[in-house]
Write a protein of this length. Structure first.
Length: 719
């Protein structure tokens, strides 16, 4: 009997994806075939590429983050070349690629991306490696191109994740479609951090080698290209050996890319950078006050904090280096050195006719004390306010040779006052009262012309109308207002300019990083006072220097005018003076730990610090240095002597102020000035306390005889 052939097993139906694998048993059944593996990987790659393409097409490149592009704003002296310091969050000065040496360009490519000019923004091998690391739980690392690094630094965070890596890839490809390779390379070199507080290649070149990026040689370029991988680590002792190894790697890469021959590479020596003691703080010392003042001035001009901190402006100020150095030297040399706790010395100098601030001494060290003693610290003005009453009187037709009762004490309309030391001077001219800063005639003068007119004269000259204590009050003439040194320098600059008041300015020009002018000063002036009135004021204040309380200023050796100011209880001391070229105020005051004003008595070993002592000495020394090399200029003699020379033994005020002391009005004798002893004729011998700088010239303009009753004056003057 024939046997039946066995039936063939049915062929398994083919599946689209053979998994688990048919016909396999055990573990092999669960291992994917190589075809499946390649298919999955290929599908993933296609998906990634498609997704990448869609993302690139739809994304817009955002603005770089602030830190990546922030440039330091540089502040210069009035020459526009000598740097005062820098303002900004990052020490960076961006430069174009043609201002970076070819060696530096080659070094960074050798260190970070040797195929930079041949890829489209990313390296596929690096992409696969990064993908695999993420799939297997590793970190995203390695093979980032320069374009990717720039995208990460300029637009993204430093987070290590697949999402950030994908965004980096998208931006890299997009950047390569919108910018040239050279531009991206320049942006990268300007963005990265090199250590030593230096962001960008220009700042790094200066920090490490004291030169611009354009002058870097191959060895220095390889050093900077090597250090960017780990600036902090390589700066340590442990990292030095590894840095040299990294430098060797970069040099070898420069040979590989053809930037150097092997012989040139062998001749290179590992460079030694400049010593470094930490990031430089431009705000230390006295320059910090100048930088902060410049920043405040820019804010006043309409620039924002971000503008100043990020945009890399080139700011030229009106500060003259010779004058500024002289201000610092004058305070250091002639300021007191004994019993100086809590002492504040403020100096401000203004150019008459333009209002430009030429110099300021605001304190020893901005990092220790941020209050600017020239522009923010205030003090009772004392007798430096008397010239405003003098100006108001001259405008009212009252002559320098009008005579007044200089007795002490006196009670005027129920208000009791006295001169310093209660010294009586008898009948004196207004000129004599000015020279010797006699209180009783000046209070009566203020009441005669109207205390509000005295106040207005101060404001018109340049004292801010919101100054503390600036009231229409009988004591205003004695300086109960509390201005700053800059306020008083500004006001007296109006005298020096013969009545022309200019708005104060510190910034003369602002340029963008590409040297385009963004702002330029155009001085604004107003003729506030009549020229004849000012010439009379200037003549009177010259006599303060020649024969009065300000003879210390004779040591300047050129014509000047000025006024001392000292307050009762010695709460402040001033000297405010001017030449035709500069008006300068020096203020001294003291405060306790709580900021309360305290007496200057005992400062520098003096029982009383007068305006003619330390302040006048500092003023004189400052002007010697500030004006050195400039021509000697004189004040015009008055062409018309204002007024008739009437006698004012007792005067009814033109206004009707209350003369009864109140809580807001200083009591009798509260403000006073140190005069010389009264003598029959003016003397040139100052008190020993006020004369420590010897005069080097004979005074150029002496007090003249009083005019005839008609007011006419002979053109010839007695010496």
């Amino acid at each position: 009997m024939a046997t039946k052939a066995p039936a063939k097993p049915k062929k398994a139906k083919r599946r689209f994806i053979d998994y688990p694998r048919a016909g396999k048993s055990g573990v092999r059944r669960w291992l994917p075939s190589w075809k499946l593996t390649l298919g999955i990987l290929g599908t993933l790659v296609i998906a990634v590429l498609v997704g990448l393409g869609v993302a690139v097409a739809s994304i817009e490149v955002p603005k770089p983050n602030d830190l990546a592009v922030a440039q330091t704003t540089r502040v210069y002296y009035d020459d526009g070349k000598t740097e005062i310091g820098r303002i900004g969050e990052a020490n960076r000065t961006s430069v174009t690629l043609d201002r970076i040496s070819p060696e530096m360009q080659a070094a960074i490519l050798a260190a970070e991306d040797r195929g930079y000019y041949s890829h489209g923004g990313f390296d596929p091998k690096g992409l696969l490696r990064a993908t695999w690391n993420n799939l297997t739980g590793g970190t995203t690392q390695g093979a980032s191109t320069i374009t990717q690094q720039y995208a990460k630094n300029a637009y993204l965070s430093q987070e290590q994740s697949f999402e950030r890596k994908f965004k980096e890839l998208v931006l890299s490809v997009k950047l390569e479609t919108q910018a040239s390779k050279d531009d991206i390379l320049a942006n990268y070199l300007n963005a990265i951090y090199y250590g030593r507080g230096a962001y960008g290649i220009q700042a790094a070149s200066q920090a490490y080698f004291g030169k611009t990026a354009a002058k870097l040689d191959a060895a220095e370029a390889a050093y900077l290209a090597a250090i960017i991988r780990a600036p902090s680590f390589y700066a340590s002792k442990k990292g030095q050996d590894e840095l040299e190894g990294r430098w060797d790697y970069v040099v070898a890469g420069m040979v590989q890319t053809g930037a150097l021959t092997q012989a040139q590479a062998d001749a290179l020596v590992f460079p030694t950078p400049l010593p470094w003691s930490g990031a430089y703080n431009y705000y230390k010392g006295t320059n910090g006050y100048l930088l902060e003042a410049a920043k405040e001035a820019m804010l006043d001009l309409g620039y924002t904090e971000d503008d100043i901190n990020l945009n890399g402006y080139r700011v030229t100020t009106s500060i003259n280096k010779q004058a500024q150095d002289s201000a610092t030297a004058a305070v250091e040399q002639y300021g007191p050195t004994y019993n100086t706790e809590g002492l504040r010395i403020g100096l401000a100098s203004v150019r008459p006719g333009t209002g430009e601030i030429v110099a300021m001494y605001a304190g020893k060290n901005y990092l220790r004390n941020q209050l600017n003693d020239a522009t923010q610290a205030t003090a009772l003005a004392g007798s430096t306010f008397k010239p405003f009453a003098l100006t108001a009187a001259l405008e009212d037709g009252i002559s320098l040779y009008s005579t007044w009762d200089g007795s002490s004490p006196r009670t005027i309309q129920g208000y009791t006052l006295q001169n310093y030391g209660n010294v009586s001077f008898g009948t004196v001219t207004l000129l004599k009262a000015t020279e010797n800063s006699i209180n009783t005639p000046y209070v009566e003068l203020g009441l005669t012309v109207g205390t509000d007119n005295v106040r207005k004269a101060a404001i018109r000259a340049g004292v801010p109308k919101d100054t503390t204590g600036l009231l229409a009050d009988p004591t205003t003439v004695l300086g109960t207002a509390s201005p700053t040194a800059l306020d008083m320098a500004h006001a007296y600059s109006t005298f020096a300019a013969r009545g022309e008041r200019a708005d104060l300015s510190l910034i003369t020009q602002v340029k963008t990083p590409d040297k385009q002018i963004d702002y330029e000063l155009e001085p604004e002036t107003t003729q506030e006072f009549d020229v004849d009135v000012m010439d009379n004021v200037n003549f009177a204040l010259q006599q303060v220097v020649n024969v009065g309380t300000g003879t210390t200023a004779l040591g300047l050796g050129r014509p000047s005018a000025g006024k001392t100011g000292t307050t009762d209880n010695n709460m402040s001391a001033w000297y405010v003076g001017y030449t035709p070229q500069l008006a300068t105020a020096v203020m001294m005051a003291k405060s306790d730990k709580d900021g309360n004003m305290v007496t200057l008595e005992g400062t520098g070993g003096l029982s009383s610090v007068t305006g003619g002592s330390f302040p006048a000495q500092i003023w004189t020394a400052f002007n010697r240095g500030a004006l050195e090399g400039l021509p000697v200029e004189t004040f015009p003699m008055p062409g018309t002597w204002v007024g008739t020379g009437d006698i004012y033994p007792s005067t009814s005020p033109s206004t009707s102020p209350s003369l009864s002391p109140s809580e807001e009005t200083l009591p009798s004798g509260e403000i006073s000035e140190t005069p010389q002893e009264p003598t029959p004729t003016p003397t040139q011998t100052p008190t020993e306390q006020e004369q420590t700088i010897e005069p080097s010239v004979t005074p150029s303009q002496r007090a003249v005889p009083p005019p005839s009753p008609s007011g006419a004056v002979s053109p010839s003057f007695s010496p």
